[in-house]
Design a protein around this ligand. Sequence first.
Ligand code: ARG
Length: 489
Amino acid sequence: MPLVYSWPAAPRPAPSFRLLESVVSNAPSPSSLHQRDSGWSGRFSEPVAETVLRYTASVGFDRRLAEADIAGSRAHAAMLARAGVISAADLAAIDGGLQRIAEEIRGGSFEWQLELEDVHLNIERRLTDLVGDAGKRLHTGRSRNDQVATDLRLWLRAAIDEIRAALHELRRALVDVAERHAATIMPGFTHLQVAQPVTFGHHLLAYVEMFGRDDERLRDCRSRVNRLPLGAAALAGTSFRIDRQFVADQLGFEQVGQNSLDAVSDRDFAIEFTAAAALAMVHFSRLAEELVLWMNPGIGFIDLPDRFCTGSSIMPQKKNPDVPELARGKCGRVAGHLAGLLMLMKAQPLAYNKDNQEDKEPLFDTADTLLDTTRIFAALVPGIVVRPDAMRAAAERGHATATDLADWLVQHGVPFRDAHEIVARAVRLAAEGGIDLASLTTAQLQSISPLITDDARAVLTLEGSVAARDHVGGTAPRQVLAQVARLRG
Ligand code: ARG
């Protein structure tokens, strides 16, 4: 039987929701007022079309906000009770109901309904089913607009904390390997050509710096994520005598959003996080690219443990660095989410617009991708098998100490530009003879500059070269160990 693909594609598999056939219709019918069962039905004279329901509902993905939604609702209810807007009995009923719902969700028995659109209306409806009128009072002085903004901030705050913890583990792992290889010499590259010798420890610590700045950015971003929108209600605030600071304290927010229009419509916090995440992913992609290169048998600086590699279905000899390659690829997807979120916000008029429902999937995926990538690199780094001999051999092949000879000539009175020229000619002589600069005899060097003496040849060694770069930020083993000590401190 031929394999046939049809277009338009077969209908997408129905999501695993119970769809109340009574509340949706494919063709609008005018007489079904009583049948609509959403959280906002009174104003409407016909059921929502099923295509529209599927198009507008977010419960398929915003269910992830359930825990945050429940925490926000409990804080809001506690505040309403303190302010005398609801009774203590209502608060007790709401609290008990919400705790039970949290258990149902965790246990997988909660029945999500597509026609209730989103996580907020699903939970509120269930609460009303469980506790009656008290459940209907929960939404007093609140809107889904300030509710969703609060949920998202709570969710992202927790995600940032997890990512930062993972970054900490990764940096610790890099520092450990750097310490072991503080004196392991490898070629440093510019233009991917051998430039000067460096230590492998120094090279790894460059990534510790990058990931350290990523962590700083996340910490900084967190303080802007950690501001309370609740109380803004739909957009203008509420006529109830609410206590926003109390809600902020309950939920651990550092500040109360100071403008209700901004509080419900701001998604800078999500964009800012995604920008920081995209940059972190760029850093991962750089490290990933180096791991792939270093593991290439033609270079052979490292090997990766089998548990981080995969084979080929056709070429039996293959061992592929799939993890770093995927990280490199996932960088593109997070950068795409950043572009998507920027475009989502572009030209949105104040205040809340349904556009903002589109913030969740890219934000969730960004946080997931960054967390997974960070964790897998933290696990992979300690397993890197270093091949110091291959690194050394490569450093010996590229005239890597040419700058050191030029520096020696400068120390003996030759202007730097002239020294550069002398050494360039020495490199040409070595290259013509098929040897490295460091292998030229003193006599050969003297044929280019009579100033060169035997002790000039000492600076041509790889060890001499790295040890000479002994200042803060330099590649000398002493400096690498000093950085390790600083980073551990
Ligand atoms: N699901 C909505 C969202 O994610 C919640 C807010 C709905 N607000 C509204 N006015 N329709 O943004």
